[in-house]
Design a protein around this ligand. Structure first.
Ligand SMILES: Cc1ncc(COP(=O)(O)O)c(C=O)c1O
Length: 486
C-alpha cells in the first residue's frame, strides 16, 4: 500500500492529512483519558526536540527520554554548588554527601518505601544491582535459584553464580501466545524449596520482551514458601507505580535512565534491610569498609548501604535523579500509565487489523493482544501474503529511513524469544557445543533453519512523551508492508 508522500516524515504534511485528522479525532473520542491537549503541552515544553528533528521515538523500553527542565535544573545545581568526593569530611564533600543522602530519601519516597524496611544502594544500572545480588547471595548445595523464562539476560546471568556455588537451578516457563507465567508449574517449583536453605526466586514485574506484567502476588506467595524474591522492575517502573508498602520484594533492580532519560549510568538496588544482611560480598573496595589493613590482613564491611557501593558513587549525577523523580511526580505516574495504556490499546487494535488483500494478517504479535496486565511494550513480526517472514533487519532499515526508532532482535531476553518462536532445548544445545564463539548473526542463521517462525522480532514501546502522531506514523509505516513479498 502506498502512503501519501511526506506523511511518514513531515509532521506538517501529516497534520494536514485528512485521514490523520480523522484518526486523531477518533482517538480523542475513544480515549478521553489520554488528554491530548495536556500531552501536547508537555511535549512542546519539555520534548520539543523530537518534533524539531522529526523523530518518532518508539524505544522507551530501551531508554526513557529526558525533559529539558531536568537538564536546566541539574546544570543550575552544578553551577551553584561546589561538590567534592563524598569520602571526605570537608565542606564540599559534605555537600555532595548531603545531596546523595537526599536523593536516597527521595527514591524511597517515590516508591513509598519505609526507610526502616528498605535501603537504596546506588549502582551503575539495573544490571549492576542484579550483579550485586548474584555475587553476594549465599547460594549453596541444597539451595535453589528459580527464575522465569522471560527474564532479562542480567537476571539470567545470576545463574552462573548459583551454579558455581552448587545451588539447584530451575527455569519456570511462560506460555505462548500471551507469554504469561505457567502458574501451575511455578506453584510446583515454589513448593520444592527447602526453607532451611537460601532460595532465590527472580522474575520481571514487566517483561521487556512481551510487555506482560506478572502478578506481584507471587512475591508474598514465594516468600511464604521460603524464597527470597528478586523483582526486576527495570521495565515496569517507567510507566507503573510500584508501591513498596503494598508489595515487599526482598530485592528490586532498576535503572533511572529508563524512567526519565537522564542521567544514564545510575541505577539502584532497593533491598529489604533484613535481606541485605543475608548477602556476603565477595570482596571489599574503597568506600565499602570501616577499616581494612594490609599487614593485619583483615577488613570490616560497613553494615549500611555503603557496604555495597564500590568506590566513589556518581555524586555529580545523583542529584539529577532527584530532579528526574520530581519531574515524573509532576507529570504523574498515573497519568503516564493511563496514556501509555491508551496508546498501547490503539496500537494493538490497529496493528492486528492490518491484513493483506488475500485476507492474511500482516502482523504476528508475541504477548497479550489487549491491555489487561500488560505494559506499553509490543513485540511483533511482519509476514507477507504467503505467510513468509519479513526479516526484522529489513523492517528496521526501512523504519530508519523514515526516522522511526524501534528495537529489533532478541532484546537481551532469550527465554521469552525461545518460547515465542517455539525453539526447543535441543535446538539450542547445539549452538553451545561448538568450540568457537557464535555471533548473533550465525545464531540467527542456524536457528532460522530449524523453525518455521522467526528468530528475533521488532519491538515498539511507548512512554512519557509519546503522542498520537507517533503511533499513527508507525501504523502507517507498517501499512507499507501490505501486499508486498518478503
Ligand atoms: C527488564 C529489564 N531488566 C534489566 C535490564 C537491564 O538494564 P540496564 O541495561 O540498564 O542494566 C533491562 C534493560 O533493558 C530490562 O528491560
Amino acid at each position: 500500500m502506498t502512503v501519501p508522500d511526506g506523511v511518514l516524515v513531515d509532521l506538517q504534511v501529516l497534520q494536514r492529512d485528512p485521514q490523520y485528522q480523522e484518526a486523531l479525532a477518533a482517538f480523542e473520542r475513544d480515549y478521553p483519558a489520554f488528554d491530548v491537549v495536556s500531552l501536547e503541552q508537555l511535549r512542546a515544553i519539555e520534548y520539543s526536540r523530537l518534533d524539531a528533528q522529526g523523530h518518532v521515538y518508539l524505544d522507551y523500553t530501551g531508554g526513557g527520554l529526558y525533559a529539558e527542565s531536568q537538564l536546566a535544573e541539574h546544570q543550575a545545581l552544578l553551577r551553584t554548588h561546589v561538590l567534592g568526593n563524598p569520602h571526605s569530611n570537608n565542606p564540599t564533600s559534605l555537600a555532595a554527601t548531603r545531596l546523595a543522602e537526599e536523593t536516597r530519601a527521595r527514591v524511597l519516597e517515590f516508591f513509598n518505601a519505609d526507610p526502616a524496611e528498605y535501603a537504596v544502594i546506588f549502582t551503575q544500572n539495573a544490571s549492576g544491582a542484579l550483579k550485586l545480588v548474584g555475587e553476594s547471595y549465599p547460594f549453596q548445595p541444597g539451595g535453589h535459584y528459580l527464575l522465569t523464562f522471560d527474564n532479562h539476560n542480567s537476571v539470567n546471568g545470576i545463574r552462573e553464580f548459583a551454579r558455581a556455588k552448587g545451588a539447584t537451578l530451575t527455569y519456570a516457563p511462560v506460555l505462548p501466545p500471551e507469554l504469561r507465567i505457567d502458574a501451575t508449574r511455578l506453584e510446583e517449583y515454589l513448593a520444592q524449596a527447602n526453607p532451611a536453605m537460601p532460595n532465590l526466586f527472580a522474575y520481571p514485574a514487566q517483561s521487556n520482551f512481551s510487555g506482560v506484567q506478572h502478578d506481584l502476588e507471587w512475591i508474598a506467595r514465594a516468600q511464604a514458601r521460603g524464597w527470597d524474591v528478586l523483582l526486576d522492575a527495570a521495565a515496569f517502573v517507567p510507566t507503573n507505580r510500584l508501591d513498596l508498602r503494598q508489595w515487599h520484594p526482598d530485592f528490586i533492580s532498576l535503572s533511572f535512565y529508563k524512567i526519565f532519560g537522564y542521567p544514564t549510568g545510575v541505577g539502584a538496588l532497593i533491598a529489604r534491610r533484613e535481606a541485605l544482611r543475608k548477602l556476603r560480598r565477595p570482596w571489599f573496595a574503597g568506600g565499602t569498609i570501616t577499616i581494612a589493613s594490609v599487614q593485619g590482613d583483615g577488613y570490616y564491611l560497613r553494615d549500611d548501604e555503603g557496604g555495597f557501593e564500590d568506590g566513589t558513587i556518581d555524586y555529580v549525577n545523583l542529584p539529577a535523579v532527584q530532579i528526574g523523580l520530581r519531574h515524573i511526580a509532576r507529570v504523574g505516574v498515573e497519568t503516564i500509565h493511563t496514556r501509555v495504556l491508551c496508546l498501547t490499546d490503539w496500537l494493538l487494535r490497529h496493528l492486528l487489523a492490518l491484513h493483506h488483500s488475500n485476507g492474511k494478517p500482516l502482523i504476528h504479535l508475541y504477548g497479550p493482544a489487549d491491555t489487561v496486565k500488560r505494559g506499553g511494550t509490543i513485540t511483533i513480526n511482519f509476514y507477507d501474503p504467503d505467510g513468509r517472514l519479513f526479516d526484522y533487519r529489513q523492517v528496521e532499515a526501512e523504519a530508519n529511513q523514515v526516522n522511526i526508532s524501534l528495537r529489533t532482535g532478541c532484546f537481551c531476553n532469550p527465554g521469552a524469544g525461545e518460547k515465542a518462536h517455539g525453539l526447543t532445548a535441543e535446538d539450542l544445545a547445539e549452538c553451545f557445543r561448538r568450540e568457537e564463539r557464535m555471533t548473533f548473526e550465525d545464531f540467527i542463521r542456524v536457528m532460522s533453519g530449524k523453525v518455521k517462525d522467526a528468530v528475533g522480532a521488532v519491538r515498539v514501546s511507548v512512554g512519557i512523551a509519546t503522542n498520537f502522531a507517533d503511533v499513527y506514523r508507525f501504523v502507517r509505516f507498517a501499512e507499507t508492508f501490505l501486499d508486498r513479498r518478503a
